[in-house]
Design a protein around this ligand. Structure first.
Ligand SMILES: CC(C)(COP(=O)(O)OP(=O)(O)OC[C@H]1O[C@@H](n2cnc3c(N)ncnc32)[C@H](O)[C@@H]1OP(=O)(O)O)[C@@H](O)C(=O)NCCC(=O)NCCS
Length: 173
């Protein structure tokens, strides 16, 4: 991950729960902040572009209510450009969902936020970050591999909508 470390965030306290917006990249003032109910509309608009079977509002609301679940919104200026949902369970960080507005993809946004997540995970002495990804989702697999994740297993027919297998990917910290 070392090669990806970027912005100087000196003075910003690292925490899973973002009590205030955090700058993750200086060049375009990319920030992440804790999402709230008021952000659902923007999140759903991005979610609907992102997955074959998008999560509905109730799924996001359920995640927001869980102590171990985190929902971060990515913003440039006042515009929502993506989001990340992850769980923290003991020493594991598990990514459930990440998506970037199609108009803003291939600009390093997901990379910048995931690097930030890993920095916080390291600060909290987490052991690894894991996730499942659709076997045909080349963009996401390439993203994770570029960050040092490796495929460590497969769950057959994990996705009921398409019958696709899931690759289990992991990044050891
Ligand atoms: C996957 C996703 C989150 C990536 O977001 P992003 O901000 O565009 O990603 P980045 O710009 O940080 O890309 C980093 C690297 O990932 C790889 N990558 C990203 N998108 C790619 C694509 N469409 N094709 C091939 N490689 C891709 C590249 O290696 C890229 O580096 P490069 O642009 O220098 O070549 C975005 O494509 C998305 O929202 N997809 C739909 C939702 C989804 O599939 N989420 C993942 C579920 S597990």
């Amino acid at each position: 991950m070392e090669a990806y470390r970027g912005a100087d965030r000196a003075g910003q306290r690292m925490s899973w729960r973002l009590d205030e917006p955090r700058l993750v990249r200086e060049g375009d003032a990319l920030r992440v902040r804790e999402a709230g109910a008021d952000d659902l509309e923007a999140i759903l608009a991005i979610e609907e572009t992102a997955h074959p079977t998008p999560w509905i509002a109730e799924v996001f609301e359920r995640e927001m209510a869980l102590d171990w679940s985190y929902l971060w919104l990515f913003e440039r200026g006042n515009k929502a450009v993506g989001f990340l949902v992850f769980w923290v369970i003991h020493d594991e960080v598990h990514i459930l969902n990440v998506a970037v507005d199609p108009a803003c993809r291939r600009q390093g946004i997901a990379t910048a936020v995931l690097v930030y997540l890993v920095e916080i995970a390291e600060e909290h002495a987490s052991s690894f970050v894991t996730l499942e990804v659709r076997e045909h989702n080349q963009a996401a697999i390439a993203l994770y591999e570029s960050l040092g994740f490796e495929i460590i297993g497969k769950r057959e027919q994990y996705y009921a909508d398409t019958g696709e297998d899931a690759f289990i990917m992991s990044c050891i910290l």
